[in-house]
Design a protein around this ligand. Sequence first.
Ligand code: ASP
Length: 324
Amino acid sequence: MRRRLLLIGTGGTIAATADAHRLTDYQVTEGIDSMLAAIPGAGDLAAIRCEQPFNVDSRALRTAQVLQLARRVSQAVQDDTVDGIVITHGTDSLEETAFLLHLTVRTPKPVVLTGAMRPASAPSADGPLNLINALLTARDPASEGRGVLIAMNDLILAARQAAKGHTTRVDAFGGDGVGVLGSVCDGQVRYRQRPDPLTAPALPLAGLRSLPLVDIIQDYQDAPPHPYQAAIQAGARGIVVAGMGNGSLSQAAERGCAQARRKGLICVRASHVPRGPVTAKASDADSGLLASHELNPLQARIALRLALAHGWDRDAIGALLRQL
Ligand code: ASP
């Protein structure tokens, strides 16, 4: 039977145009209907229904919009007339939306995000093929049960492990192979691996209209203390330190976190190093800090915001971070 897909356009470079050959200074100008119509044959890949909740550069996305999108996706995956979902999204914060969906939407149905590094008006624009590959991925029954996916530059990536790794190139996502589940080549979807099922408790969206403030503070040699004081004063409920190495902290970060802990904030040690876990250490029990384990700072922040929104305590959040 012809597969039925919901295609949700949210904006980004894939929906943008610029003057002449420019790759920057673009504006989001294209709606999802016209983007689909402009790609020969794309509209015939499935029975496709388009929706456009907003059309923005992803750097401008607000939490309320991401929650609105996540609620729509959660609702759509319950709909018997929807076999899969594709979301077009700006690449700058695509990994954040994808990870939030990964944590909040539990479904075997394919949910696939895609975007583009070059505007639709650029020579060799990458958006059209990325969108075709995302549609092919979402309509393929082999994509079921693999979690939220990202289709970019011929690869199919797990939202759980994807991060933008280059500022401008079309292979910006998933360059080193971690999290690469499969590929799409000349219309053929091929999988090489299946991610472990998510065993962490669900973080449902019901009732969530906003998420608590959690700051990411970058650490480095001779870091100053004022970002910690600012976070506390701003009413943050948590701090994720993008620490050094295996989540090691400068003196200012240690002291800032100690001060934040005394005010009741949850503090997580993550790392700005792009690969590898941050492992728990004995001193965490005394300092009250939590290791981010496999999560990068952006992912740890999203998990922490959701857990705090559900009223989870430090121990429950620590267990969550270990499982993700
Ligand atoms: N600034 C764009 C966005 O995130 C970048 C992109 O889509 O590649 O919306």
